[in-house]
Design a protein around this ligand. Structure first.
Ligand code: GUN
Length: 284
């Protein structure tokens, strides 16, 4: 069986171009506000990429870089100031935060109308209820890739490895809403190999290098690898043992060049959606 690799770079380019075309018709640019706390090198890279894409598409991009030892109160005050601006339509606080800061309290403080990460309890709750919501960017990007890959979901067994609020849990809701039968696996799952082995669709989102072994995968399954793990030798690998998975899967995403660029494209799309909902009018 030959595997089809889903090219996240190509699909994200299409989405970005569509956003750029629509942005050019608006009465004002959609505004994206980004808060980065500390100097985590990976977060700096991600935030830099978001800025480059936002500016290339004609969005207003405003970044606040805050010291790693900032207090919770000062961080919330910065968030309030950024999301209080009329020219800012979407805000995100780059995760992970330094250990002394409370990411749940940040999520609670997000203005749901500007929550382009879909992390506020309002958006998370709406999504869980199957109501229209801001959907976190990575899960939204994963669904777009499955759609583009022609991967059937209705009636299929889907296994999500990882239960984070930003990836695993929202993806599980989206797959269930697409009528898949969904199992969420995590660090206490008794037999991960067995669960994965039953799945028609596997979403790996734990952040553990090559945790999902190729030999576990059912021949013909679709495998979406959300993990981005840097090894000591500097190389990047996903949460899936790629070469072995490619021997069995029908559809597979590479790392890098798979889900990563989709996350950024969906962030741009979410920012555009927030701007339109906040009255950025078409007809420039
Ligand atoms: N860190 C890694 N991915 C993401 C993301 O999609 N949003 C935020 N806020 N932080 C992240």
């Amino acid at each position: 069986m030959s595997v089809t690799l889903l090219d996240g770079r190509a699909l994200s380019r299409e989405i970005n171009q569509a956003v750029k075309r629509q942005v050019a018709t608006l009465s004002r640019p959609p505004g994206l506000g980004v808060i980065l706390v500390g100097e985590d090198p990976a977060s700096q890279v991600y935030v830099g990429r978001k800025q480059r894409v936002a500016e290339a598409l004609g969005l207003l991009h405003v970044q606040r870089t805050l010291p790693a030892d900032i207090t919770q109160e000062a961080l919330l005050a910065e968030l309030d100031a950024l999301q209080g601006r009329d020219d800012i339509d979407g805000v995100l606080v780059q995760l992970p935060l330094p250990d002394h800061l409370d990411a749940d309290a940040v999520a609670l403080r997000l203005d749901p109308a500007k929550d382009v990460d879909g992390l506020s309890p309002v958006n998370a709750g709406l999504l869980a209820l199957g109501r229209p919501a801001m959907v976190p960017c990575t899960p939204a990007g994963v669904m777009r890739m499955l759609e583009r890959g022609g991967v059937p979901l209705s009636g299929k067994r889907a296994v999500v490895v990882g239960r984070s609020n930003i990836v695993g849990r929202p993806i599980a809701h989206l797959l269930e809403q697409a009528n898949a039968t969904v199992t969420v696996c995590h660090s206490r799952t008794a037999d991960l190999a067995e669960e994965v082995g039953r799945a028609d669709v596997i979403i790996a989102a734990v952040g553990s290098p090559e945790l999902v072994r190729g030999a576990w995968i059912r021949p013909g399954a679709a495998v979406i690898d959300v993990g981005v793990n840097r090894l000591e030798d500097g190389s990047l690998v996903g949460d899936v043992e790629f070469a072995a998975a490619a021997e069995r899967a029908a559809v597979l995403t590479p790392v890098p060049g798979g889900v990563g660029p989709m996350t950024i494209a969906l962030l741009m799309e979410n920012t555009l959606r927030c701007a339109l909902a906040r009255g950025a009018a078409e007809g420039r």
